[in-house]
Design a protein. Structure first.
Length: 144
């Protein structure tokens, strides 16, 4: 296990065990907890992700640190877009929409979340030939 993955697991553990009292800005950027349903197992899967805010919605990046394979949570969202999110201590049901690079909103949303993460996503995109998808998370209250 790399130092990076160990740190991410520790960050997730702190965020979950403190019910969001710690973790939202633990790594110097805003992060949320995304809970998806495993497409094969049906079990709840958890990922802590940096996010950008866009008109009451949250934008997350399926970068997987620039690896050639997208993160498993992206496949889960594709199979079942009904997710839950936790931002700090606030929890909400949300609807996830995958935004691919060809989507008209993609460039604006990429810039927004990349800026929040201090340009790191541009570096991740350079590491892989796969186009990195974004996911737009709309909390249930905002979906109506």
């Amino acid at each position: 296990m790399s130092i990076s993955s160990t740190f991410l697991r520790l960050h997730q553990a702190v965020y979950e065990r403190t019910d969001g009292r710690l973790g939202h800005r633990l790594i110097g950027v805003p992060s949320l907890i995304l809970r998806t349903t495993g497409r094969r197992t049906g079990k709840t899967r958890v990922a802590v992700l940096v996010y950008g805010s866009d008109e009451g919605r949250y934008v997350v990046v399926a970068s997987n640190d620039g690896q050639d394979q997208p993160p498993a949570w992206l496949h889960n969202v594709g199979a079942n877009p009904d997710v839950s999110i936790q931002v700090g201590r606030r929890r909400a049901a949300a609807l996830a929409r995958i935004v691919e690079p060809g989507d008209a909103d993609y460039p604006r949303l990429w810039r927004l979340v990349n800026q929040v993460n201090h340009g790191r996503y541009d570096g991740y995109q350079k590491r892989t030939a796969r186009p990195i998808a974004l996911v737009l998370l709309t909390p249930a209250a905002a979906a109506h």
